[in-house]
Design a protein around this ligand. Sequence first.
Ligand code: ATP
Ligand code: MG
Length: 193
Amino acid sequence: MIINLFRQHKRPPLCYNLPEMEDKGYTQVYTGNGKGKTTASLGLALRAAGAGYRVFIGQFLKTGDYSEIKALKRFDDLITVKQFGAPRFIRSKVNEEDRILAEKGLAELASILESGDWDVVIAEELNVAVHLGAIPVEDALFLMSKRPENTELIITGRYAPREILDRADLITEMTEVRHYYREGVPARRGIEK
Ligand code: ATP
Ligand code: MG
């Protein structure tokens, strides 16, 4: 329990010296209706860990033993993942419990950012949480304002609100040209989940 709490709030305890992020950090947004937003953020987490950086991933609206969660356990000295959602897939409607969980997650992620202990912070599906009304856009902007100079902040999810985009340094829009989802292919283990 103590170890878990420590993991959630502080950079991982390390017995060797790791590099701080060398350069100024930026705010990146991965949005759009095409596949690749979450996988892009996970790819960045992997790359950052390869450089010895500490990465915190906060996943809004999701809880589940996704394949990436299992894989990232192998890097738990550098990458910490925390899920802020209820254990069900939210597509269109949020309830009061979703709102409370999302708000708690946002507050936690804001203090993670503010601590300066993490080189890369990923707010997974934050755009969707705002879009669905689980988080007021002002609160998402508050989170963005907490990014220290040398921390990279990544915000993912379709339907990025204009206010978030206006404050981003980098925006990538994944565009769906074709997706087997439309042929009725659900999310597949190891590929989409
Ligand atoms: P990935 O996790 O593969 O990188 P993503 O993060 O870009 O994808 P999300 O927007 O988070 O994609 O979508 C999550 C899942 O929803 C997809 O993996 C897919 O199974 C399903 N999906 C795909 N297209 C649609 C759609 N048009 N509407 C709703 N759900 C979709
Ligand atoms: Mg996603």
